[in-house]
Design a protein around this ligand. Structure first.
Ligand code: EPZ
Length: 430
């Protein structure tokens, strides 16, 4: 199995380009099958989750042409089935976006219950509530979500929980319904807004995305578009924290600073220097950082997908920090691994009490999920000695060329496939 071999201690310095937002791209790829014409999507991140969804879409007859590494042309007019098979789809949770898209256009869909990172229960009751409110029949049989409707009628839906996935799925299902749908208590994440903008670029009529109330006026058909996906807020945040943790100086390019406000605010609070321009953000950390309190919240609050990275950083800051995870039930799985590197963290329920230590020490550690894996790479980049990060497939689900981008900033990191390559790395870095 591939691993990252890392020798810690180098401050990360230089510039890094951020790719397209994975979580926007997954929704937009799914929604593209709703168009009657060919859709071109640009700034698509080349990561495993995206490529699995593309394979799943091709398996039902969606015609997808890769123009270049980050651009695809999609035509969903010759779909030969509305049943997505297990083998692609159990791997990624975002498979369930195909339900909203296929139900919205074809009034029918069968998709396996979602898989994905094991960071919590990952319920889908709010998705089902929205589909049923629109008039669809929804059943769960043999591990599949089966949904069908003779017609979809606009309605008023109040989400019991703020859910990114449910907001996105219901938005798609409602885009071609008869009449107007209002989603209250909607998620406001940048990728929810990006999907709404994408739907509107195909002729949909979605208003209010990015606020608590989204209004979708159903239209008869959706037409072609060329759409560029927004930069990835979480990839950008991950490099911001890597700059802070390694006491480096990184200019992160191709970002939307507004999307990074909660992350930048926290880094400023603990002692980083931050410079913003229109599409870049620079993070400099020259001194030991201080402790803080942190609670993950739906956007515009501090993102749950940045919680592990921030906890790793706070584990090197002076004093005691408190991190509360309010979105998912099981998002502290990295703590055991960090403890093996010398971290001093105690988890009680959904709260971690973090006592800052002077340094981490290198160890062999395993990535428990996508963002925790990225956080452990950051820990290894700061650590004394050599670390080996296993299960990097999780990390590569959401980060394109992660080790190459880190190496371009001065990190001593290589992807190794076996003991021999690891020995070579150890000899090389000494
Ligand atoms: C999306 O997951 C992202 N995934 C996650 O990113 C992200 O952590 C999450 O939003 C929160 O921002 C994708 O976009 C593919 P939710 P999603 O529905 O849509 C509960 C990453 O690292 N809930 O907003 O699954 C749910 O259990 C991934 O890129 C219900 O109870 O998140 C959770 O506790 C990890 N019922 C909370 O709401 C439902 O019907 C938020 O979930 C739906 C959700």
């Amino acid at each position: 199995m591939e691993q990252y071999a890392i020798k810690g201690g180098n401050p990360l310095v230089g510039e890094v380009e951020i790719g397209g937002a994975k979580n926007a791209a997954l929704a937009i790829l799914a929604a593209s099958v709703m168009s009657e014409e060919t859709v071109t999507i640009e700034n698509l991140p080349d990561v495993c989750d995206i490529n699995v969804l593309i394979q799943a879409m091709e398996s039902i007859g969606v015609n997808i042409t890769r123009v270049d590494r980050h651009t695809v042309k999609i035509n969903g007019n010759h779909i030969h089935g509305l049943v997505i098979e297990d083998d692609f789809i159990k791997k990624i949770r975002a498979s369930y976006y195909l339900i909203g898209a296929l139900l919205g256009r074809y009034k029918k869909a069968e998709v396996p219950l979602p898989g994905g990172c094991n960071i919590g229960i990952r319920a889908i009751d709010q998705h089902i509530k929205g589909f049923r409110a629109l008039g669809a029949e929804v059943k769960i049989e043999h591990g599949f979500i089966i949904t069908e409707a003779t017609e979809l009628k606009g309605c008023h839906i109040y989400m019991d929980k703020v859910s990114v996935g449910a907001t996105i799925n219901v938005m798609m299902a409602a885009a071609m319904a008869d009449g107007t749908t209002v989603i209250e208590n909607a998620a406001k994440e940048p990728h929810v807004v990006d999907l709404a903008n994408f739907l509107n670029s195909m002729g949909a009529n979605v208003k209010g995305a990015g606020t608590d109330v989204v209004r979708i006026k159903g239209v008869e058909r959706l037409h072609k578009t060329t759409y560029t996906i927004i930069p990835d807020q979480i990839e950008a945040g991950t490099f911001m924290v890597a700059a802070a943790a390694t006491k480096g100086d990184i200019t992160i390019k191709n970002v939307i600073p507004k999307h990074l406000e909660s992350i930048a605010a926290k880094l400023l609070e603990i002692g980083c220097e931050i410079e913003e321009s229109d599409d870049a953000i620079r993070v400099v950390a020259t001194k030991t950082l201080s402790h803080t309190q942190l609670k993950t919240l739906p956007y515009p609050g501090f993102p749950t997908d940045m919680q592990p990275q921030m906890a790793v950083l706070l584990g090197l800051s002076t004093g005691t920090s408190i991190v509360t995870e309010s979105i998912f039930e099981n998002r502290f799985k990295y703590v055991d691994e960090l403890t093996r590197m010398g971290g001093d963290i105690n988890v009680e329920g959904n709260t971690a009490v973090i006592n800052g230590v002077a340094k981490y020490t290198g160890a062999t550690i395993s990535s428990p999920d996508l963002r925790a894996g990225a956080a452990l790479v950051i820990a290894a980049l700061t650590a004394d000695g050599i670390s080996v990060v296993e299960d990097i497939n999780y990390i590569e689900r959401g980060y394109e060329d992660f080790h190459l981008k880190l190496r371009s900033l001065g990190a001593q990191i290589e992807k190794v496939n076996n003991e021999r390559e690891l020995r070579k790395f150890r000899l090389k870095v000494g």
